[in-house]
Ligand binder design. Structure first.
Ligand code: PLP
Length: 368
């Protein structure tokens, strides 16, 4: 059997370009605590994201928990059940109550009308996810938040480099949090960042470093969410290669769309207008009209050593610790419930060969 094909394969820059950076770390012995690579990466990301402030973190989970902490809220947040488990875990770890609302069918992002209908006197924030890097209804969400005095926190783990209406998608919301995990569009092995307003900078800097202000002052409770110099150096190098990676992924995306166009019962999500995507996922929906169920497709691919992923199944609202949260009943979440049953993310990464894509689509066609 041929080599396994996973849903993604991390991009790594040429090792020869990284070695001088490692030598520099060995010379200076600055390993962490806002060293020169860390400072330089925050600066470059601030420009790229058109943001007032960028705070690097150890990973995307800690970025999200720190952002929720810095938002200084108590009570309920309106959120989506259609995400990676980290989203709701972060809400829960912040001692907030998630209130689940449905997503919209066009992009599987939180439905703004459902948000507004779910707001109660306890609601303090909207925690939304740019699923697959496709923008949420950011203008509508902004307007709802303004009307009701809510904070907006975007889990933007999928949205590195995405642009919307000529500006960085990450510049929307009070906070947008990123993951630089190995599986994401841009990786630093592990890593993350919080995009925020300048006013949040001091509290986020403290939160990620044990609440420490200086040698003798520790005014806040904090965690350890600092990014090391190793990860920051790699991030600087990955940035130099990002546009090439994006273009290679775009070619893979285009080929899939052409190959799948005439397959009845398989739908792909459209690339929305005025969006520059990062193509980090290739989700398909296996509709009831297709010749096999989603799980049968998943198993057939697996039998050929091809590992697609059911992002996102099961719904977070169905997990044991969240099934009693407000809004968690599947009757309240018909669009998300259906998507969770039909979704399958096909392998996509910059060097996925056209022949491998043909093989993947061939297996799909054989089940049609
Ligand atoms: C990957 C991911 C996270 C968590 O990021 P880590 O860097 O792995 O901690 C959070 N939310 C979403 C939507 C993700 O896909």
């Amino acid at each position: 059997m041929s080599d396994p094909i996973y849903v993604t394969r991390p991009y790594l820059p040429p090792l020869a370009e990284f070695l001088p950076m490692l030598e520099r770390i060995w010379e200076t012995r600055v390993l962490t605590n806002a060293g020169p690579f860390h400072v330089a990466l925050e600066e470059r990301l601030r420009t790229l994201f058109e943001a007032e402030n960028v705070t690097l973190t150890t990973n995307g989970m800690l970025a999200l928990t720190a952002a929720l902490d810095a938002a200084e809220i108590e009570g309920e947040v309106v959120t989506t059940p259609y995400s990676f488990v980290a989203t709701t875990h972060a809400v829960k770890m912040g001692r907030l109550t998630p209130r689940f609302v449905d997503v919209r069918a066009s992009d599987l992002n939180i439905d703004p009308q459902a948000i507004e209908a779910a707001i109660t006197p306890q609601t303090r924030a909207i925690v939304a996810v740019h699923v697959y890097g496709n923008p949420c209804a950011v203008e509508e969400i902004d307007a709802i938040a303004a009307r009701h005095g809510l904070k907006v926190i975007y889990d933007a783990a999928h949205a590195f480099g995405v642009r919307y209406k000529g500006r960085s998608l990450l510049s929307w919301g009070d906070f947008a949090t990123l993951s630089f995990h190995a599986t994401k569009a841009f990786n630093t092995f592990e890593g993350g960042a919080i995009v925020s307003r300048a006013a949040s900078r001091t509290s986020l800097d403290r939160l990620r470093n044990f609440g420490i202000q200086d040698e003798v002052r520790i005014p806040a409770v904090g965690t350890n969410a600092k990014m090391s110099e190793f990860n920051a150096a790699l991030g600087l190098l990955q940035l130099d290669h990002f546009e090439g990676v994006r273009a290679a992924r775009a070619a893979v995306d285009r080929r899939y769309r052409e190959m799948l166009e005439d397959v009845d019962g398989i739908d792909v999500l459209a690339i929305p207008d005025e969006v520059v995507p990062n193509h980090s996922y290739f989700p398909i929906l296996v509709r009831p009209g297709f010749g096999a169920s989603r799980d049968a497709v998943y198993e057939a691919l697996k039998a050929e050593n091809i590992y697609s992923r059911r992002y996102f199944y099961p719904l977070l609202s169905s997990l044991p610790m969240y099934q009693d949260m407000p809004g968690a009943d599947s009757a309240n979440l018909p669009v998300a419930t259906r998507a969770a049953e039909e979704i399958l993310c096909l392998p996509i990464f910059p060097d996925l060969a056209a022949e491998d894509q043909e093989r993947i689509v061939g297996i799909l066609r054989s089940l049609a």
